[in-house]
Design a protein around this ligand. Structure first.
Ligand SMILES: Cc1ncc(COP(=O)(O)O)c(C=O)c1O
Length: 386
């Protein structure tokens, strides 16, 4: 009787949810489905949050965020990357998801084209469509870096934004500084706004260094999108942010002020107290080494399976492996994931959920499982090949 808008009816549903529904309540399931770390939130951060609540810091904050957190974020970026940012360059929102939603709505007119990687975090495409824009997928090289030559061919007079996400969800790929510099030059040549989602900046492996895209001489056209969800293990707190020139931050804040008005006030100030503290530094260091160990186990384990190839995981906490020949007969990606679940109770996400380049691949989130569980996953998968 009540029909949702065309906007909702035309939205592509997420297949990931149906995998969660399939596995809910089933005994013995090991889920490598969910993209969040199963590592406890740092105790000191929880103490700071409790203190803020007790201190009655429970009221609206200014739209772009609390002065303390905005200043702290600017300070951290200046210290780490030698920028000259102030609080005015920072906008806090309810998770990176809200910030991204705000950015697409702020800059895309109907029909404007937004470039994004393939495969990629599936929220981007839906948000671009909700904003009236057209998502244009950039082809990948075999290591899941962006194919720059082919991307050049896709740029039209309607191309407005280019989105980067390295380390990547779902592939674990990273791009080198010189590879990213070529994309930065492309953005300058075609006057594109660069949106760089860097939520996995603290989980880079085997000595690799994260490259902050704004350091490539494109600080005046780049919005860095970031979040505390993954770095401090607080995905439920919903605090994310953007850092960039005021010319880009201010209009996004105008949109944001009519969406959520402000992100949760006490949690913003708790994060401001925690960020940059010795506890925060040792937490992100140990998060990185815990995930490095898990990464080594899952990547080696997947590559030890017959007819499975897992490319190197350089960052984030996802392994993205080619399972197209796993059962030795033609099957769709979703059929492969379903059969694996039915026979082993292991949840892996079909890679084509993240874009057509993910066809035949399955994503394994090792953020959400212990080393022992990851070893168990590999022996369950091996049992299918005996
Ligand atoms: C690439 C990427 N960006 C953003 C997010 C969401 O971050 P937040 O929890 O801050 O909304 C995720 C979550 O999985 C992600 O993988």
């Amino acid at each position: 009787m009540f029909t949702p808008s065309e906007r909702i009816l035309s939205l592509k549903p997420s297949g990931i949810r149906s995998f969660f529904a399939l596995s809910a309540g089933v005994e013995g399931v090991i889920s490598l489905g969910i993209g969040q770390p199963n590592i406890p939130t740092p105790a000191k951060l929880i103490e700071f949050a409790a203190q803020e609540l007790k201190n009655q810091n429970n009221y609206y904050s200014l739209n772009p965020g609390t002065p303390l957190l905005r200043a702290k974020i600017a300070e951290e970026y200046n210290r780490r990357f030698n920028f000259d940012f102030t609080s005015s360059n920072v906008l806090i929102g309810s998770g990176a998801c809200e910030i991204l939603f705000d950015i697409f709505h702020t800059f895309l007119n109907p029909g404007d084209e937004a470039l994004l990687p393939d495969p990629t975090f599936l929220v981007y495409e839906r948000q671009i469509n909700l904003a009236g824009g057209k998502a244009v997928f950039m082809p990948s090289n075999s290591d899941f870096t962006i194919d720059i030559e082919q991307t050049k061919e896709l740029i039209t007079s309607k191309t407005k934004t280019i989105l980067l996400n390295f380390p990547s969800n779902p592939t674990g790929a990273m791009m080198t500084r010189s590879e990213l510099k070529a994309i930065a030059d492309l953005a300058i040549d075609h006057n594109l706004i660069v949106i760089s989602d860097e939520v996995y900046e603290y989980t880079c492996y085997d000595g690799r260094e994260h490259v902050c895209v704004s350091t490539l001489g494109i600080e005046d056209r780049t919005l860095i999108v970031n979040s505390f969800s993954k770095s401090f293990c607080v995905p439920g707190w919903r605090i994310g942010y953007a850092v960039g020139p005021e010319e880009l931050i201010n209009p996004v804040n105008t949109f944001h002020s009519f969406v959520t008005a402000n992100a949760t006030t006490p949690l913003q100030d708790a994060l401001a107290s925690f960020m940059g503290s010795p506890e925060a530094i040792s937490f992100t260091d140990s998060l990185q080494s815990t995930l490095q160990e898990r990464k080594d186990v899952i990547v080696a384990g997947l590559n030890s399976l017959e007819n499975v190839h897992c490319p190197p995981v350089q960052g984030s906490f996802y392994a993205f492996a080619d399972f197209s020949s796993f059962f030795g007969k033609p099957m769709s990606t979703s059929e492969i994931a379903t059969k694996i679940f039915e026979e082993t109770k292991v949840v892996l996400i079909p890679g084509d959920e993240f874009g057509s380049a993910g066809e035949g691949y399955l994503r394994a989130s090792f953020g959400s499982a212990s080393v022992d569980e990851l070893k168990d996953v590999i022996s369950r998968l091996k049992s299918l090949q005996e």
